[in-house]
Design a protein around this ligand. Structure first.
Ligand code: AQP
Length: 418
């Protein structure tokens, strides 16, 4: 397949407001690729229901996500835009791919552990309801297992005698072993509990993502760095399928966006819809300014007169995408020499972000006033998907020896007494 024949697939969850991380990591690239390739872009509601959600809110959130991607520049006359659950073949293919997916590969997925841990934090944060209670029961159970791990550290703790003449090497070794045990225990408490509470669907999320891509036999997948591990799994699953049932699926590779990973305004985790550390692409100008005010900067810059380090400052890293060339060098110099304070630096960033988002907000306003334009685009997309999906599934079912297409062959063999 040459470049122009490459088919593109990508998706976004309707799990909250689409933010500048989603835009720079993926959606901006989607718009560019739609100019040169056949592209399938999907709002992945089947993915979004793998964690706690409100079914009453989901239709609005899904529509909003479609509208926002269109406002970002997706034109349904130039690419296929659709909602995942409108094409049920996605979930059917997931089931079939599950049969060639080793459990061990899924256990390695780091996003599963992160999301499971975050879901647990949210459950514990709830004041009422069964979620908090069941999380506490699990905590007790997993805590008991952690005590066993602590016991494993006991010999090293007891060997550490403050009165004895330990050599530097002995102390370093004991401390390092104790640290390792404590680290294991912390990890066990944070991850173990979350994992045991998570849904099977969240665990299977990467297989659904593989099905999304493989259903359209896509070879290019524009996603952020956080999805690289899931793409590797997609290649592994496709490869296992092809070896077992014959060559059906191509190899998919990642297309990098403008930014591989945008950090959240808290400066500690990636910018996420569900972590409340984001700037939405449709946030009004004053909200962008408000959100930036408390945002994390260089922690060593406590006073206005302290020199800063732009190379480690999250605000400066955002300037790289929203503030023009010469101004960027000026800001870096101003930060290093304490010539400008974080307050001014953030004001300049807010202006740059607002300039970039203005056309997106304007298109969103127009689409909100014409919802039928969005719905018509979706229907057109769904029809195209159903065509491609039906053809792939026929091939997949036949290769696996299941489905209506092959039962006649079985009947003939029985008739002949084969
Ligand atoms: N912080 C980020 N930097 C760069 N790219 C990012 N993406 C997400 N966050 C960043 C990319 O955006 C696309 C759509 O993401 P998604 O909706 O499928 O799920 P996600 O990665 O789980 O995004 P969020 O915002 O963190 O949502 P929640 O909070 O619901 O989990 C993907 O290509 C992703 O790589």
């Amino acid at each position: 397949m040459n470049e122009r024949n490459d088919r593109v697939f990508s998706g976004i969850q309707p799990s909250g407001e689409i933010h500048i991380g989603n835009y720079l990591g993926a959606v901006k690239k989607w718009v560019e690729l739609a100019e040169t390739h056949e592209c399938f872009y999907c709002v992945v509601d089947d993915h979004a229901i793998t964690v706690e959600y409100d079914p009453r809110e989901m239709p609005r959130q899904t529509f909003d996500a479609v509208l926002t991607t269109m406002a970002c520049g997706l034109d349904p006359t130039r690419c296929t835009v659709f909602v995942q659950s409108h094409v049920p073949e996605h979930t059917e293919l997931t089931w079939l791919l599950n049969t060639v997916t080793p459990l061990g590969s899924l256990f390695r997925m780091t996003q599963f552990k992160d999301k499971a841990r975050n879901a647990l934090q949210r459950a514990l944060g709830q004041k009422k309801g069964g979620a908090r209670k069941s999380a506490l029961y699990h905590l007790k159970e997993v805590g008991a297992q952690a005590l066993t791990l602590i016991d494993a550290a006991r010999p090293d703790v007891e060997a550490l005698d403050p009165e004895a003449e330990h050599t530097d090497e002995q102390i370093a070794e004991l401390v390092s072993r104790i640290n390792d045990r404590m680290g294991e225990m912390m990890q066990h408490l944070q991850v173990g509990l979350g994992v045991s509470q998570a849904s099977t669907a969240l665990f299977d999320y990467p297989v659904l993502m593989a099905a999304d891509i493989l259903l359209y036999k896509a070879t290019l997948v524009p996603v952020g760095e956080d999805q690289e591990q899931h793409l590797e799994l997609c290649r592994e699953v496709a490869d296992r399928f092809n070896r077992k049932f014959g060559e059906v699926f191509p190899t998919a590779r990642r297309v990098k966006g403008a930014a591989p990973r945008i950090l959240g305004l808290d400066g500690s985790q990636k910018m996420s819809k569900s972590l409340g550390n984001h700037i939405g692409v449709l946030d009004p100008p004053e909200v962008v300014e408000q959100k930036l005010k408390p945002a994390y900067t260089d922690p060593r810059r406590v006073r206005r007169s302290d020199p800063g380090r732009p190379e480690i400052c999250n605000i400066y890293s955002l300037h790289e995408f929203f503030t023009g060339g010469d101004r960027l060098a000026e800001l870096a110099e101003g930060c290093r020499t304490a010539g400008i304070g974080c307050f001014d630096c953030k004001k300049t960033l807010a202006a740059g972000i607002n300039r970039a988002l203005e056309p997106i907000r304007a298109r969103a306003g127009r689409l909100r006033a014409n919802p039928d334009e969005v719905l018509d685009g979706l229907e057109q997309g769904r029809r195209r998907c159903v065509e491609v999906a039906a053809s792939t599934m026929e091939e997949v079912r036949a290769a696996m020896g299941i489905g209506r297409g092959v039962i006649g062959r079985g009947a003939k063999e029985v008739e002949r007494g084969d």
